[in-house]
Ligand binder design. Structure first.
Ligand code: ADP
Length: 540
């Protein structure tokens, strides 16, 4: 029997129209880094998106040509998020912190025609511009100098040179809307192409009450960069829900972030744990009012239990953990505790990786690709598939990353019968000691529960006897006296005794990737070059 339902396409145009028409008075705020916040209503932003689309058409953007952004989190970036896909073109969000050679690679690979660049980021683009083969126009946002970019267009002038209004075309929901490249820790970055349909479905999944549940009552602070997996869908989910949007630009350090929070009183936010950890440490010596928040989400890296506890104890805020990848739009799991959880147990659940969200299928497989039981015990690689999970990479087959239509995540862990996943490691970070796995994530999270430890990263290093052993790199609180033997004693009883590292290095800071995660390959390289001062305890 055929269904009698209609066929309306699921598009970003639908999201755009909904926010502009029904929530025209909702507000977009952009921080200037000091004490100023520029605001515009959704109605104004929608009208500016129409002008942007008209301007891009005048510049020759047609069909599914790519329009890139090289920008921080702000209102004009949101305008591009809305206008570029809705006009049928493809938004390519460039990571402003990519290495120059990777930047050149991704722009040429995606064949970007136009780049919208924030004046503050112009010098970074200028370094590589001569090598960008397909770029015809550079449009500068803001009043900065834009030195080194040659002849440029100015965003506001382009928008002003138009009567306004734009006839959004009818679009196929499966057509490309946006693309984002993975950060390419090994080899070249790989392109992921989101469709209108995948973006729409993902936004609605985020807005489900079982997940973030964004509504018109919310004010969403977009901490995660808009070049990092669509800022985890937040611009679209908040816009569709009519929630106010708050953009911090590039001012994510605790001090300006705290100021922005007190100015705008957000209710929800999402970011990597590093940002929440930095804010927490800042609060130890500064006033910090987080009372406006109902929910924070952390993801992109494991959220330590100590962080969940601290936000709850100090601020009464629920910090939920999410899991995802650029390849997965990204949200696939969120750590809402199961029904009936006692309040004192809820935080333990929230510190777990999360429960698979509706629409996503997840499984764990062994080394031979055989599915393992969903019992919360069997350890293997996660594989994932679904309507917002990439099924291939753009212009790069790389079949090794896919398995019978499932994406191989490269993450190792367990899945239980109720759909809760627990990551123990990235496969490339796994530590195999005497043939047995040690979870670097668990060691780090346990160490970070020690009050003297600000950050801890654990990497596997070669060992004559056990092949590999953990090396703990720790950042200690100023004035803290804890030494390796104290920290080893702290771990005793909390993790298996043979997991406790004998190699310890005190570092000033854990190196971070372009999106703010612990960069373990840098630590491994420093160790290999003998650059870390390692203290060795007697042990294994
Ligand atoms: P990058 O490769 O630059 O880190 P992604 O943001 O796409 O780019 O990274 C996705 C990866 O981040 C996942 O494969 C996983 O290893 C890690 N990750 C994301 N969320 C979590 C989480 N909650 N716990 C542990 N690891 C996570």
């Amino acid at each position: 029997m055929r269904s009698t339902m209609g066929e309306g396409p699921l598009t970003i145009t639908d999201i755009l129209r909904r926010g502009q028409e029904y929530f025209g008075e909702s507000v977009v705020s952009t921080f200037d880094g000091a004490s100023g916040v520029a605001t515009a209503t959704f109605a104004e932003v929608g009208a500016r998106a129409e002008r942007l689309a008209a301007a891009l058409r005048r510049l020759g953007i047609d069909g599914d040509q790519r329009v890139a952004t090289f920008a921080f989190n702000n209102q004009t970036h949101l305008e591009a998020y809305l206008a570029v896909p809705a006009m049928g073109a493809v938004l390519h969000t460039l990571n402003v912190r990519l290495f120059p050679e990777q930047l050149v690679y991704v722009v040429n690979h995606a064949e970007d025609r136009v780049v919208l660049v924030d004046a503050a980021a112009a010098p970074l683009l200028a370094r590589v511009l001569p090598e960008l083969r397909t770029v015809e126009h550079v449009v500068v946002v803001g009043d900065g100098e834009a030195d080194g970019l040659g002849e440029v267009l100015r965003y506001e002038e382009l928008l002003a040179a138009d009567d306004g209004g734009f006839a959004w075309p009818d679009l196929d929901e499966r057509s490309a809307a946006a693309m984002c490249y993975t950060s390419g820790t090994t080899g070249n970055p790989k392109g992921v192409v989101y469709s209108h349909r995948s973006t729409w479905l993902h936004a609605m999944a985020v807005n489900a009450a079982a997940n973030v549940g964004c509504t018109e009552e919310d004010r969403a602070l977009v901490v995660v960069p808009m070049f990092h997996a669509n800022a985890w869908g937040m611009p679209y989910s908040a816009w569709a829900a009519g929630a106010d949007l708050i953009f911090p630009q590039r001012f994510l350090q605790p001090e300006p972030l705290a100021r922005l929070i007190s100015l705008t009183r957000p209710t929800i936010s999402a970011g990597v744990p590093t940002v929440w950890n930095d804010l927490l440490h800042y609060s130890e010596s500064h006033e910090l009012d987080l009372s406006s928040f109902r929910l924070l989400t952390g993801g992109g890296a494991a959220v330590p239990r100590a962080l969940v506890d601290a936000y709850e104890d100090r601020f009464g805020i629920m910090l939920l953990q999410g899991w995802g990848m650029t390849e997965t739009s990204p949200v696939c799991a969120l750590s809402r505790p199961p029904r009936g959880t006692a309040p004192e147990e809820a935080r333990a659940w929230r510190a777990r990786t999360g429960r698979v969200v509706a629409g996503v299928q997840m499984r764990v497989v062994d080394d031979e690709g055989r599915e393992l039981p969903k019992d919360g015990k069997a350890l293997g690689e996660f594989e994932v598939r679904g309507p917002w999970i990439t099924a291939s990479y753009y212009g790069d087959e790389d079949p090794s990353r896919f398995h019978d239509g499932w994406l191989r995540t490269g993450d190792v862990g367990t899945l239980d019968e109720h759909g809760f996943m627990q990551i123990s490691d990235r496969s490339k970070d796994v530590i195999k000691s005497g043939g047995e796995w040690i979870s670097s994530v668990e060691l780090e999270n346990t160490l970070m529960a020690n009050p003297d430890v600000v950050e801890a990263a654990v990497v596997g290093v070669p060992d004559d006897r056990w092949d590999e052993r953990p090396l703990a790199c720790v950042v200690l609180r100023e004035g803290a006296a804890a030494g390796p033997s104290d920290l080893a004693a702290f771990l005793a009883g909390k993790v298996a005794s043979w997991w406790v590292p004998e190699r310890w290095a005190r570092v000033e800071e854990v190196p971070k990737t372009s999106v703010g995660k612990f960069d373990k390959k840098v630590l491994r390289a420093r160790y290999a070059k003998g650059e870390l001062e390692v203290e060795r305890l007697p042990g294994k």
